[in-house]
Design a protein around this ligand. Structure first.
Ligand SMILES: *[C@@H]1O[C@H](CO)[C@@H](O)[C@H](O)[C@H]1NC(C)=O
Ligand SMILES: *[C@@H]1O[C@H](CO)[C@@H](O)[C@H](O)[C@H]1NC(C)=O
Ligand SMILES: *[C@@H]1O[C@H](CO)[C@@H](O)[C@H](O)[C@H]1NC(C)=O
Ligand SMILES: *[C@@H]1O[C@H](CO)[C@@H](O)[C@H](O)[C@H]1NC(C)=O
Length: 466
């Protein structure tokens, strides 16, 4: 069933999220209103994609295109063959992102998206001496990847066969894209910011960023992070007609999992990343309030407000109830001044909101703080868990989930109780992306039953004692 739906999902998806659409929505509106949209497809994709076995064959094929480098740590007396360590230039085996790493004389001509790498100390084992790569971590998602520039990497037998350098750099370069879904808060972090941190942190600022599909608003929004990772002014590589030369280069960003880092595969952890964010945005609080410590301070609750879709219809009532339990309550819509919003989030101990991109701001919460994710109707519990539930635990936050009932959804005003919208959400999924988005994402608001929701807030208070 899923595979027959593939075509429909992909084509409809591509159409609904064209660049034109993004522009029309405007950046502010776009942030937050489409998160399920993207995540949904993201999670579906692996199920729809080719069988794992095929992928394995592909990556094995790539494994043959290798380059050999000398490992000086190996004792001299060893046979010359075993002295060589085989290291592939490109790793195409990751689920979400391709990454090519080149050491030695590397030259890039931005305008033609071509990278030349000297192969003087290199033996090419098999067939290919050129690769192509799109440097954005949402591999397999055609709607996103269709908007990303493709780079060609070519091996040159000697430096003389490479274009003449018009600018020499002494630090490594990292090539990445701010196209695709960049602009959606969730995708900003999971597709670009975290992968960029993972790939560039080790250089301690001594690295040059080469950005393709550059969007100025994005660079402005994340300036604090970019400046902390690289001491050098970014280069808009698409506009460069000269040839920039580097001692080494990484094309594409490392990616482990949704909104997270696998510490077993990196010197860095999510804890390090959050520490890095606190330092980038001068956030003061490392840990949330501990009520058992006394001091009489009230825990702060941030209600993430949404206006256009999936909004709380009774924010006032929720606020009053939370105040009656002893919370200091702030109601705020996530906005694009990240620095200001990060400060606000960091000042809170509990954050609650309906599933959506605004919840990505949990990255700024102090440790031990609590995320309460309100899950709307539509069979999206698993997406909710993958996008925020699991990542929250990795961030050393406590996670509570509140799944709304039919009476708490505005859909009850539009459809009879026995309608398939309530009885069989999957039948709506099967009608395609547009139908699903329209029913559950764009036209659903939430009116929390405060009597019922009260116990979730009490549970949060309980956790703040521990
Ligand atoms: C070599 O790689 C290029 C770029 O990835 C690809 O288009 C081409 O088909 C490959 N050629 C062979 C013989 O594998
Ligand atoms: C860059 O370095 C190379 C090799 O040292 C040199 O030949 C070339 O003139 C330099 N180019 C510029 C623009 O400085
Ligand atoms: C980029 O290359 C094209 C030809 O491929 C050329 O017409 C154009 O002038 C170049 N752009 C810049 C900014 O150099
Ligand atoms: C964001 O807010 C901070 C602090 O309130 C302010 O200093 C800064 O100018 C704002 N940035 C933008 C781009 O509006």
């Amino acid at each position: 069933m899923l595979s027959s739906a593939k075509m429909t999902y992909e084509t409809i998806f591509a159409r609904s999220f064209s660049r034109h659409d993004q522009k029309k929505f405007g950046c502010g509106a776009f942030v937050g209103c489409l998160i399920i949209a993207f995540s949904f497809c993201t999670v579906f994709k692996p199920l729809l994609g080719p069988l794992p076995v095929l992928n394995l064959h592909l990556s094995f094929g790539v494994g043959l295109k290798m380059l050999m480098t000398e490992d000086t740590s190996v004792p001299q007396q060893m046979d010359i063959k075993t002295k060589e360590v085989i290291k592939p230039i490109c790793d195409f085996s990751e689920r979400r992102s391709d990454v090519c790493e080149m050491n030695g004389d590397t030259r890039i001509h931005g305008n033609s998206s071509t990278i030349f790498v000297a192969s003087t100390e290199v033996t090419i084992l098999a067939g290919n001496s050129s690769w192509s790569i799109k440097p954005y971590a949402r591999k397999g998602d055609e709607a996103a990847m269709g908007q990303i520039s493709k780079f060609t990497i070519k091996m040159a037998a000697a430096s003389q066969d490479m274009p003449y350098c018009t600018q020499n750099h002494s630090v490594p370069a990292i090539v990445f894209s701010t196209g695709g879904y960049a602009g959606n808060h969730f995708h900003d972090f999971t597709d670009v910011v975290i992968p960029l941190y993972l790939t560039s942190r080790e250089f301690n600022g001594e690295v040059q960023f080469l950005i393709t599909n550059k969007q100025s608003f994005w660079i402005n929004k994340y300036r604090a992070v970019i400046q902390k990772l690289s001491r050098y002014e970014i280069i808009d590589i698409d506009r460069e007609d000269g040839v920039h030369c580097f001692p080494s280069m990484i094309v594409g960003l490392k990616h482990h999992k949704e909104l997270g880092i696998d510490h077993s595969r990196s010197p860095y952890s999510m804890k390090d990343f959050r520490q890095f964010l606190r330092s980038s945005y001068s956030l003061k609080r490392e840990t949330a309030i501990k009520l058992s410590d006394g001091g009489g301070k009230r825990p702060r609750l941030l209600i993430i407000s949404r206006r256009r879709s999936r909004s709380f219809m009774n924010e006032g009532e929720i606020t009053d109830m939370a105040r009656s339990l002893g919370f200091d309550v702030v109601v705020k819509e996530a906005h694009s001044n990240l620095s200001r919003f990060a400060q606000l989030v960091n000042s809170c101990d509990v954050i609650m909101g309906v599933h959506g991109a605004g919840l990505t701001n949990i990255v700024f919460l102090p440790e031990n703080a609590i995320l309460i994710q309100v899950v709307p109707l539509g069979g999206v519990e698993w997406v909710a868990r993958i996008d925020f539930g699991e990542p929250a635990k990795d961030m050393k936050l406590r996670y509570l989930e509140y799944k709304i009932g039919e009476k708490e959804s505005s859909l009850i005003e539009q459809y009879p109780v026995d309608h398939q919208v309530f009885r069989d959400p999957y039948s709506i999924h099967k009608q395609g992306w547009v139908a699903f988005r329209s029913v559950y994402l764009d036209k659903q608001n939430v009116k929390l039953d405060v009597g019922k929701f009260r116990s979730t807030l009490l549970e949060a208070l309980q956790l703040l004692h521990m």
